[in-house]
Structures are given as C-alpha cells and as structure tokens.
Ligand binder design. Structure first.
Ligand SMILES: Nc1ncnc2c1ncn2[C@@H]1O[C@H](COP(=O)(O)OP(=O)(O)OP(=O)(O)O)[C@@H](O)[C@H]1O
Ligand SMILES: [Mg+2]
Length: 365
C-alpha cells in the first residue's frame, strides 16, 4: 500500500491534517474579499493550507476562482510582473488574451520544461515598470468582475527586498481598489512581514488582517494518523502520536517524516521512535553542518548553551563561564543575531525553530 505520508512538498488530500478552522476562516475571507497576511516559521504549513483552501473554493458556494503566485526567487519588480502574468494562465487558457492585454510590452510565452506549465516573461524598461505593474494588476482584476477572485502571493517577504523605489506604494494603490479580490499575502520571515504590514510608515500598513498560523493540536494529529494507519489495519496508540509530536516540537514536516518511517516499520511501538529520530537527524545532518559553519564562535556557543539548558538560567555566572562568555551582554547579542537569522524564535522565551537542529546541537557536546 502506498505510503500516505509525505514531507518533501506541500501536502493535500489525505496527507493534509486538520486546519479546519483556518480553512473555514480563509474561505470566508475569500468569499468576502478580505485581505489576509498568513505567516509562520518556515515549514509550518502555509503553502499546504492555501492550496487546500484553493481546492475547496472550487466547490464552495459561492464559488471563488483562485490564482496562486509563488514569489520565491523573484528579485525585482520585473520578476513580480512576470509572476502575475504567469499566474494568470491558471485561469486564462488563452495565452494570447493575456499577451494582447499587455500590448506594447515585449513579452514571450513558453512552457517551463521542469513543470510543463506555461510561463510568461516580459522585458520592461525601468521607466515603464509602474505603468506595466498597474496594467498587470488591473488585468488580474478584469477576471474578478463576474466572480470573486482569490490571489495568493506566497513568499511575499521577497517583495520587501525589491530595490525599486516606491514599489510597495504603487502596489498598494492599485490593489486597494480591487473590491472583488481577496489577497492572501503569505510568508515566513516574520520580522520583514510584520514590519511591512504593521509599521505606520510603510505602504502596506493595515492592508491585511494578520493571521499567524498556529500549531496543530495533538488530538488532531492523532485522529488523522490513526485513521490513515487503519487502512492497513494497524492501531496506533495515542501515546505514540503524542510522543512523536512532542519530539518534533509540533513541526508538521518532521511529524510527517516520523509517520512516513513508522508506516514502513515492521513494528509500530514507542521502541522504534528513537531509531526513526536518529535517521531523521542523519538525513538533515549536512544541512545542519552547513548552517553551523556559517555561525560565529559566539553564536555557536550561545546555541549550545540554549540546547543544553533549554533556556533555563542561561545568564547565571557559572553558565556563562562554562561556555566561555565574558559577560551576559555578549551572550545576549549572539542570541539576538540568531533570532534575526530565524534560527531561534522569541515568543516570551527563546526557542529553536527547528526541533531536530536542537537535538543535533545537543549531540555535539
Ligand atoms: N496540515 C498539514 N498536515 C500534515 N502535514 C503538514 C500540514 N501542513 C504542513 N505539513 C507538512 O509540513 C511540510 C511543509 O509544509 P508547507 O510547505 O506547506 O509549509 P510552508 O509553511 O509553506 O513552508 P515554507 O516556509 O518553507 O514555505 C509539508 O511537506 C508536510 O510534510
Ligand atoms: Mg511555503
């Protein structure tokens, strides 16, 4: 029987667990043309969630059409415009119609050999970017006159890094007039996104409702996994799922990896979890070493201290001395730079964003 668990791409259908409330909210916002900012740490399930919502909107009443635009890898306004035009092919099968609407622009359409999907790229002179940005966005809006439209900009934090002067302002000016479109801005570099949407100085201030993605509760993971394991007549005790979820610190990507391996395992018991954990850490080891090598000596010490103590009394003199910090402020600076790099997160207390990285760092000492 095919393994129902998956951890290499976004998940949908049976591999997708819960998020019932989130789906309900986002569907409601889409049907009512409300803009939303969906954010979380890396790999918490944003892309999976929006794809799930898009699939459900196709059958919902009222139905909403959707365009999913991935901004990952876009570097400037020209790439952003290309991404919109390419995204439009999801609802407009006649490429010529898109090309015609953008008349005056040197555009080429092709089929991406990797995905087999159409891609559009335009070459735009710097002076003409504002004009074509507006045209591309209004072309989007032209598909929302008879039916509501959802437009997802995934990895939206990339847009904050474009160098064109006034890009955000121009983007805002056009999309705020789009009454029949719900925009989902989704991304993971929280500090960039929050600054973009919550700072009164920025163009996107109050442009979208903030929607931080929370963790999925253990009972939902249990119901979901137990149901899938039933398909091959295996009963999984709730304590096994609880153990897995806690080992993974609620990170769905690792929970999927655990369950994928557990599905393969001849025995389904607490005893095999240590082995699976070891193999997951081994599979990530090269990435961890790469990241570790980019850190300064103080950052490495700070990570180690945090991994060893769980954050308990790290500023106590003996702790500082043990890892070789002269003062608490040096430690604090190192910790803050790790938050900045999104290796740690700070929700009241400092935590590793990646549960397996924490275990790997623990294994170093
Ligand atoms: N609702 C879910 N149910 C089960 N597994 C999930 C769920 N959401 C995410 N996952 C797991 O987490 C992995 C990452 O999900 P996804 O790519 O959607 O996250 P993301 O937040 O978009 O990540 P990134 O920040 O890298 O873009 C998926 O491959 C899947 O294994
Ligand atoms: Mg994603």
């Amino acid at each position: 029987m095919e393994n129902p668990f998956s951890y290499s791409d976004y998940v949908y259908g049976a591999a997708f667990c819960d998020r019932a409330n989130e789906q309900k909210d986002l569907i409601y916002y889409a049907q009512n043309s409300q803009n939303v900012l969906v954010y979380s740490h890396r790999r918490m399930g944003k892309t999976s969630l929006v794809h799930q919502v898009i699939r459900r909107l196709k059958k919902a009443k009222p139905k909403v059409r959707s365009i999913y635009i991935d901004l990952y890898g876009t570097l400037d306004e020209n790439d952003f415009i290309d991404a919109i035009l390419t995204g439009l092919t999801q609802i407009e099968s006649k490429l010529e119609r898109i090309l015609k609407q953008m008349a005056g622009l040197k555009i080429s359409g092709s089929i991406d050999p990797m995905t087999n999907l159409p891609t559009i790229s335009a070459s735009i002179k710097p002076m003409e970017k504002p004009e074509y940005l507006e045209k591309a966005l209004n072309l989007l809006a032209s598909y929302s006159t008879k039916q509501k439209l959802l437009v997802v900009f995934d990895e939206f934090q990339e847009a904050a890094k474009y160098s064109e002067e006034g890009f955000e302002k121009r983007l805002r000016k056009v999309i705020q007039g789009h009454r029949n479109i719900s925009y989902i801005f989704s991304g993971s570099q929280k500090h960039i996104l929050i600054e973009m949407f919550d700072s009164a100085k920025r163009a996107f201030y109050k442009m979208a409702r903030s929607y931080p993605l929370q963790k999925i509760e253990i009972r939902h993971y249990a119901d979901w996994a137990q149901k899938l394991f039933k398909k091959k007549n295996v009963n999984v005790a709730k304590e096994i799922i609880t153990d897995i979820v806690e080992r993974c610190d609620y990170q769905p990507v690792y929970i999927q990896q655990f369950l994928f391996d557990l599905w393969r395992s001849a025995t389904v018991s607490l005893d095999v979890l240590d082995e699976i954990e070891k193999s997951i850490i081994t599979s990530q080891k090269n990435q961890f070493i790469f990241l570790w090598n980019l850190l300064t000596q103080n950052q490495k010490k700070a990570l180690r201290l945090l991994a060893e103590t769980g954050g308990e009394s790290i500023y106590a003199a003996e702790q500082l001395q043990r890892v070789g910090f002269n003062s608490g402020s040096v430690l604090q600076r190192a910790l803050m730079s790790l938050v900045e790099k999104e290796i740690l997160s700070q929700n009241g207390m400092l935590q590793f964003q990646d549960a397996m990285l924490k275990k790997w760092v623990q294994s170093l000492s």
